[in-house]
Design a protein around this ligand. Structure first.
Ligand SMILES: NC(=O)c1ccc[n+]([C@@H]2O[C@H](COP(=O)([O-])OP(=O)(O)OC[C@H]3O[C@@H](n4cnc5c(N)ncnc54)[C@H](O)[C@@H]3O)[C@@H](O)[C@H]2O)c1
Length: 247
């Protein structure tokens, strides 16, 4: 049984989808969890769900790609919790189209929200973690960052960048017992994949050795492991949660 009681976490993009499931999973293990999302309403509603589980929670609304928003988000969290043990960089978007049609704005938005956010949030999170000489950072990348995907040049680049960022921060902070790992989910049932047509979803499923899409719970279980002491000697790794798609 994984016990995270007395631990404090912040999960970005946790108003809905995979981030919400991760926040709930951490809270079920005893963690207090700050909910960060650009959508104030969904952030507040996940925070309420965490409180209903008997854990402390605050909702911090803001744009994780904006340096000033990130700074004020972290100061609110550290003020409320006095420390921070766990950061999950989960917020992400897609703006899919083929390279020739991709606008500068599509590239910038995806790189900023998916990758720059992880840099900004990690830079803030390592301060309290260095003080405590321990911490866990988990970055939610994607199998697309490992294998590419037509129509997702911006998304694939952001997720591959996140993997490079993970390994670099892992090396910089390993001696201070801060573990930094990435999870690369495959295709997971959420609002993001609900946008796919039925025929695309069927095509996808048949390419997965386990013949099905994953769930947000599958991803959150892997996050829980990487946030726990069970993974204390694991850092700089990419764990695929993808039904065997990449192997
Ligand atoms: N769904 C999948 O199949 C899949 C597969 C691989 C990786 N992922 C990754 O998992 C993560 C979560 O995906 P999801 O499917 O739950 O997506 P989602 O769209 O359901 O949730 C993303 C959340 O991030 C928030 N967000 C967006 N922009 C933000 C910003 N600028 N600042 C703060 N919050 C912001 C949204 O409001 C939303 O609550 C993403 O990083 C995604 O790339 C998803």
């Amino acid at each position: 049984m994984i016990d995270l009681s007395s631990k404090k976490a912040l999960v970005t993009g946790s108003g809905r989808g995979i981030g919400r499931e991760i926040a709930l999973r951490l809270a079920q293990a005893g963690c207090d969890v700050a909910i960060s999302d650009i959508d104030e309403q969904t952030a507040a509603s996940t925070a309420q769900e965490i409180k209903a589980l008997g854990r402390n929670s605050i909702a911090v609304a803001g744009d994780v790609s904006n340096s000033a928003d990130v700074k004020s988000m972290f100061s609110a969290v550290v003020k409320e919790f006095s420390s921070l043990d766990i950061l999950v960089n989960n917020a992400g978007i897609t703006r899919d189209t083929l390279l020739l049609r991709m606008k500068d704005e599509d590239w910038d938005a995806v790189l900023n929200i998916n990758l720059k956010s992880a840099f900004l949030c990690s830079r803030e999170a390592v301060r309290p973690m260095m003080k405590a000489r321990s911490g866990k950072i988990v970055n939610i990348a994607s199998v697309v960052g490992l294998m590419g995907n037509a129509g997702q040049a911006n998304y694939a680049a952001s997720k591959a960048g996140m993997i490079g960022l993970t390994k670099t921060i892992a090396k910089e902070f390993a001696a201070r017992s801060i573990n930094v790992n990435a999870i690369a989910p495959g295709f997971i049932k959420t609002a993001m994949t609900d946008k796919l047509s039925d025929s695309d979803r069927e095509k996808l499923s048949s390419a997965i050795p386990m013949q099905k899409l994953g769930s947000a719970l599958d991803v959150s279980n892997a996050v829980l492991f990487l946030c726990s002491s069970l993974s204390d000697y694991i850092t700089g790794q990419v764990l695929t949660v993808d039904g065997g798609l990449v192997m």
